[in-house]
Design a protein around this ligand. Structure first.
Ligand code: SAH
Length: 197
C-alpha cells in the first residue's frame, strides 16, 4: 500500500463527518469519542496505525467487523478494491452507509449482523479488519481469510487487549504478531468476553 497517500488522505478526511451533536466539535482531538449505543470511534492515530498494519492493496477484498461510525471504513475503501463491512447495530450501519454514500464511495457493501461469523458468501478476503475486541480468535474469520491474507484484531479481556496481526501464508499456516496493548469495545456474541449471548 502507498503509505504516503494514506497519510495524506487521513489528514484530509474530516472526522466530524462521522460524529453527531456535541462530539462533532471534538473531532480534531486524537482521542476516542462516543458514537451512541454505548459504542466509540477509536482515536484517529490508532485507526491510521491499524490501517498501516493491515496494508490493503488496490486489488484487495476487505472484510471489516464493526462498521461503527464508518470512519475506518472510509480509509479502507479508499485504498482497496471492495470493502464488506458488518455491524450488529442497525442504526449505526445505516448512518455509516448514508455518510459514506454521501462521500461518494461505491465500493462498500453493508450488512447488519454478527460479524464474528464473517460473510462467508463473499469470502475469501485478502484482508480482515476487526474493530471490536474478541475474547479469543474467531475461527470463522480465519477460515474466510485468503492465502497470503492478513487480519488485524484486538484479542483479550475487557480492559486491555493485545492488538494482533495474524497472517496466513501460501500453505495456509497462521503466523501471529503481537503489537502492544489497546482498548476496544466488546465484540458481542460467541467471541465476546461473556461467551454466548
Ligand atoms: N471502526 C469503528 C469503531 C467501531 S466500535 C469506527 O471507526 O467508528 C466497534 C463496533 O463494533 C460497534 O459499532 C459495535 O456495535 C460493533 N460490534 C460489536 N460486536 C459486533 C459483532 N459481533 N458483529 C458486528 N459488529 C459488532
Amino acid at each position: 500500500m502507498d503509505f504516503e497517500a494514506l497519510k495524506r488522505y487521513y489528514a484530509e478526511l474530516d472526522r466530524s463527518l462521522f460524529l453527531d451533536g456535541p462530539e462533532k466539535a471534538l473531532a480534531g482531538r486524537d482521542s476516542p469519542l462516543p458514537i451512541g449505543f454505548g459504542q466509540t470511534i477509536s482515536q484517529p492515530s490508532l485507526v491510521l496505525e491499524m490501517t498501516r498494519l493491515l496494508a490493503p492493496e488496490p486489488d484487495s477484498r476487505v472484510l471489516e467487523v464493526g462498521t461503527g461510525s464508518g470512519y475506518q471504513t472510509a480509509l479502507l475503501a479508499r485504498f482497496s478494491d471492495q470493502v464488506y463491512t458488518l455491524e450488529r447495530i442497525p442504526e449505526l450501519s445505516r448512518k455509516a452507509e448514508d455518510r459514506l454514500t454521501e462521500l461518494g464511495f461505491t465500493n462498500i457493501h453493508y450488512k447488519i449482523g454478527d460479524g464474528s461469523l464473517g460473510w462467508p458468501q463473499e469470502g475469501p478476503f485478502d484482508r480482515i479488519m476487526v474493530t471490536a475486541a474478541a475474547g479469543r480468535k474467531p475461527e470463522q474469520l480465519l477460515a474466510q481469510l485468503a492465502l497470503g491474507g492478513r487480519i488485524v484484531i484486538p484479542v483479550g479481556p475487557r480492559y486491555m487487549q493485545d492488538l494482533l496481526v495474524l497472517s496466513k501464508d501460501d500453505k495456509g499456516r497462521i503466523m501471529e504478531r503481537k503489537l502492544g496493548a489497546v482498548r476496544f469495545v466488546e465484540m458481542v456474541g460467541p467471541y465476546g468476553w461473556g461467551g454466548e449471548k
